[in-house]
Design a protein around this ligand. Structure first.
Ligand SMILES: [Zn+2]
Ligand SMILES: [Zn+2]
Length: 262
């Protein structure tokens, strides 16, 4: 059975973990099912077979890729290149302590913290090596004997990043449903991310450059995104657009949406 917020590839990892397999490659050798393929929503029948988990549950929880970069995560269509983080694998040791399983939102690049435990997600084993999907144990990398992610020093999370991450989680159906700022009404998650990032770039660069991205800000991407979200949440987007002569909120967001249609 899948646990709460556990994706199909998380179940694969838990199967390795439960069986004490330090490397996921051992599971592949034993069963022929590859973590890499499950990660992309493939080989679910084979996973259903070895895990005895109902196929319908696996289909609902899996990240489903199609052609191109679009990937479906729950009911959202995200960009597999920009929105997913396969390497390093990340984890919240405090969540693991509550229930020993992987959470789907640990793999979303635009989420940086655990809003429940107010810490940045850990991406390293206590031995210093990065966590990865080669690992077979949830709390340790494949390359050491006694590392434990629970022993990694807590990196405290910025409160504004936590606020945005909590909002992202609510959009994914995790946690309480939070208010949608009027400017983000009716937007799909990917569009909302784009508007949040463009707002941050606009304010921090001081001018509207459709080709500029978070990268041009030379700062922590999560903090930049949180800054953009805060401006929108506090209803300051309109004043910002006025200041840089970028038109009204509705037209500006429409421009962003139209530029995203591929
Ligand atoms: Zn947590
Ligand atoms: Zn290690």
């Amino acid at each position: 059975m899948l646990r709460s917020e556990e994706p199909a590839h998380g179940l694969y990892l838990r199967l390795c973990d439960t069986n004490g397999l330090a490397r996921s490659a051992i599971m592949r050798t034993l069963t022929g099912v590859r973590c890499e393929r499950v990660w992309n929503g493939r080989d679910l029948h084979a996973l259903a077979e070895i895990s005895k988990c109902p196929m319908a549950d696996l289909e609902r929880s899996a990240f489903r890729g199609g052609s191109g970069r679009a990937i479906r995560v729950r009911e959202h269509v995200l960009d597999s290149r920009d929105d997913l983080l396969k390497s390093p694998r990340r984890s919240c040791p405090d969540c693991l302590n509550e229930s020993h399983h992987h959470r789907l939102w640990w793999d979303l690049a635009f989420i940086a913290t655990c809003p429940r435990h107010l810490r940045r997600l850990a991406s390293h084993c206590s031995c210093g090596r990065p966590l990865s999907w080669k690992d077979g144990l949830l709390a340790r990398c494949f390359a050491c004997d006694h590392g434990d992610v629970a022993a990694v020093a807590v990196e405290e999370a910025d409160i504004y990043v936590v606020e945005l991450d909590r909002w992202f989680l609510a959009q994914l159906g995790v946690g309480d449903v939070s208010l949608i700022p009027p400017a983000l009404h009716g937007l799909q998650l990917r569009q909302a991310i784009q508007v949040i990032e463009r707002t941050a770039v606009l304010d921090l660069l001081g001018y509207d450059d459709p080709n500029a991205g978070l990268y041009d800000l030379h700062m922590d991407a999560a903090k930049a995104r949180a800054h953009g979200f805060r401006l929108i949440y506090e209803g300051r987007l309109e004043a910002l657009l006025d200041r840089v002569h970028a038109g009204n909120v509705g037209d500006w967001i429409k421009l962003i949406r139209d530029s995203m249609i591929r």
